[in-house]
Write a protein that binds this ligand. Sequence first.
Ligand SMILES: [Zn+2]
Length: 347
Amino acid sequence: MGLNAFPEVVVHEDGSEDDAAHELAQRLKILGVSAPLVVATSHGKRLGAAIENPVEYVQPIAGADQRWALDLGGLARRRGADAVVAIGGGRCLDVAKLAAARAGVAVVAVPTQPSHDGICSPVAVVPAGSGCGQSVGAVAPRLVFISVPTLLSAPLQSVAAGLGDLLANPLALRDWALASERGLATVDKRAWELSTESFERISPHFDSDIERTGRDPARLRELADALVISGLAMIRAGNSRPASGGEHEISHAIDERFPGRALHGAQVAFGCIISTTLYGDDASALRARLRKVGLPDHPSQLGLSQNDVVEVLLCAPQTRPGRFTILEESDLDAARALALVTKIWTD
Ligand SMILES: [Zn+2]
C-alpha cells in the first residue's frame, strides 16, 4: 500500500449496534484479516464483540503514551496479529496507528465518537513520556468503519467538538497559502479541495441546535463523512497542513500548559477566534456560531484568564516547529499578545 493510499470507508447506517458489530466482523473477513489484535475502550466493546479469533483483546490504559503504543505493537508482532483493530475515541485510534506501524501490519479504525478528524489521518497525537502530546508519523488506516448507531449515543459535547475541529480547515488552508507565499510550503490542490469540501459539508450545522446534529442519523453521517474527508486531505498532503494551522498550535499549547480543559475540537474552535482576528477579520460572527453549538467562545469557559491565554500564545509556535502559520507571521511578544487578547475579549 502506497503512502498516499486512501482507506476503504464503510458506514453502517441502520439497525442496532449489534448489527453493526456483525457487519464489522464480516468486513474484516472480506479484508482478509484472520488474526486481529483488538484494542477497544469500554465504549467500543459491543462493536468488537462479533470479531472472530482475535489474538488478543486489549483495553487501552488511561494515559496510554508512546511507550505503551510501542509495547502494544511488540505484542501484536509476537502474537502474529495480521492487523490492529481499534475501537474507541481519538486516543485509542492514535495509539493503535502507532502500534500497527511498529508491528508492520494494517490498522482498522472504528471511531465511537465523531469528535475529531484524526479518524483516518496518517498522523497520531500520542503523549511522549513527558506527558506532552506529540504528532508522530504513523500509518493511515486500511479500513475505516463507522457505526451510526454507535455515534448516535456519543455525548453531544463530542459532536460539537467534531464540528469545532473542522472549523479549523478554512484557516488552516489560509495558513498553508501564507506559508507557500513565504516559500515555506507547497500547496497540493487536491488536498486543498478535500479540506474545503469537508468544511462545506458541516458548515450549515453551525446554524442549528447541536441536538439536531447529534441525534439525527443523516446529519451525524454527514459529520462523520466530513471528518473522514478531512483525514483524506491529510493523507493526500502527506501531513496535517490541510486541516491544522495556528488554531491547532493554540490547542496544543493549551494541552501543554493547561491540560484537560476541553476536548481537542473545542480548543481548536477557540483557537479559530484568535487566528481569525490575527488575519484582521472581525471574529464576532464566528463567536456567535460557537455559542450556538455550545463551543467555548471565551477564555473563562476553558478556565483560562487573559494572562493564561497570553502564555498559550507565546508557547504555541513551539508546539509545531517548522510549521509556518499566522501565529509565526505575527511573531507576538507578551505586550502584543495581551493587546490582542484584550481586543477580542473586552467584554
Ligand atoms: Zn484537529
